[in-house]
Ligand binder design. Structure first.
Ligand code: HEC
Ligand code: HEC
Length: 277
């Protein structure tokens, strides 16, 4: 496979956070879907059923894991080795994210609530049970995080002010504008929380910009009430630049695992249709 065909450049910049990644070729996605050699969903269910009936669940599920690891190598050209993307570029890391979050995203790509031609093509024919297996597979991977790319002009007063604003938003929010702290939902360490709140550390800035832009424009939609759509619209362009720049500049901490659900104070400061399920 020619992985160069799938190399894309981010279309976002600090000045135009609303612009998104150009669509990836549908044809390329179709080729990949074929390469994935997915088992028919019935076959997966039948395997599980047979394993349970025969009492060889452990051996069979190990074999199934190996099969999953092999099939999921089709995700590597874009998401990095074993779902571990780099800290630059556009592709989000998927390894180690909460399983509930990954599942919700795969469903959203399939059902058209989240744009992404490449992803939609891959998951178009997969049923919920298979998407759950994929989500569980990547959620269970525990791999090191890449260090962020150094910011250009990091030392200038303008950039220092931008980063200070970004940190304030992430840790404290902006009460006057009705923006809660990102940490209130994404976890104290901003590494996400179970079952379905994603971490914000370890994502490339262009990807963060793309997501907030997509929410502002109504292109990415999460289950109602879509708290992220509300938050993204309450942030102005400078805030979006500030918070994404600060988040993307944070080095990975010692423990990047999502917090347990008890680690998040409930109720969340805004109601969210996803995140807690
Ligand atoms: C052709 C490149 C490509 C391939 C191959 C690919 N992805 Fe993606 N994936 C993307 C892009 C681009 C995005 C970000 C979409 C966006 O929001 O603009 C994405 C996003 C995702 C997300 C959402 C991550 C998040 O933090 O919200 C998940 C989950 C995901 N992909 C899973 C997979 C899995 C599983 C496979 C293999 C079956 C796969 N992807 C293969 C390009 C790809
Ligand atoms: C009220 C709770 C809440 C707050 C506060 C919040 N978020 Fe979120 N955020 C969510 C939920 C829930 C999701 C998952 C949405 C989905 O399922 O697609 C999410 C997802 C995201 C994503 C997508 C991550 C990915 O991998 O694609 C980004 C980026 C994000 N939030 C940024 C922020 C920023 C920046 C702030 C602070 C300014 C913030 N969020 C504050 C609840 C919140």
């Amino acid at each position: 496979m020619d992985s160069h065909r799938f190399t894309v450049r981010a279309a976002c910049s600090v000045r135009s956070p609303g612009r998104r990644l150009p669509s990836l070729a549908r044809a390329g996605a179709a080729v990949l879907a074929t390469l994935l050699a997915l088992p028919a969903p019935q076959a997966v269910a039948a395997d599980a059923g047979r394993a349970a009936a025969a009492g060889h669940a452990t051996a069979t599920s190990r074999a199934a894991d190996d099969g999953m690891t092999r099939r999921m190598q089709a995700c590597t050209p874009c998401h990095g080795k074993e779902g571990r993307a780099t800290a630059s570029g556009y592709f989000p890391r998927i390894a180690g994210k909460p399983a509930g979050y990954l599942f919700n995203q795969l469903v959203a790509f399939r059902d058209g609530q989240r744009p992404g031609a490449a992803m939609a093509g891959l998951v178009a024919l997969m049923d919920d049970a298979y998407l759950r297996d994929i989500a569980a597979h990547f959620a269970a991977l525990d791999l090191p995080y890449a260090s962020p790319e150094p910011l250009s002009a990091a030392g200038t007063p303008a950039v220092r002010a931008l980063l200070a604003r970004g940190e304030a938003l992430a840790r404290h929010g902006d009460a006057a504008r009705g923006v809660p702290a990102c940490a209130a939902c994404h976890g104290e360490r901003l590494t996400g929380a179970l079952p379905a709140l994603p971490g914000l550390i370890g994502l490339p800035r262009d990807y963060l910009l793309g997501q907030l832009g997509a929410w502002r424009q109504g292109e990415r939609r999460a289950a109602a009430p879509d708290c992220m759509a509300t938050i993204a619209r309450r942030l102005d362009d400078n805030d979006v630049a500030a918070v994404t720049s600060w988040l993307a500049a944070q080095p990975p901490g010692a423990d990047m695992k999502p917090a347990p659900v008890e680690g998040v104070a409930l109720p969340l400061p805004l109601a969210c249709g996803s995140g807690l399920r």
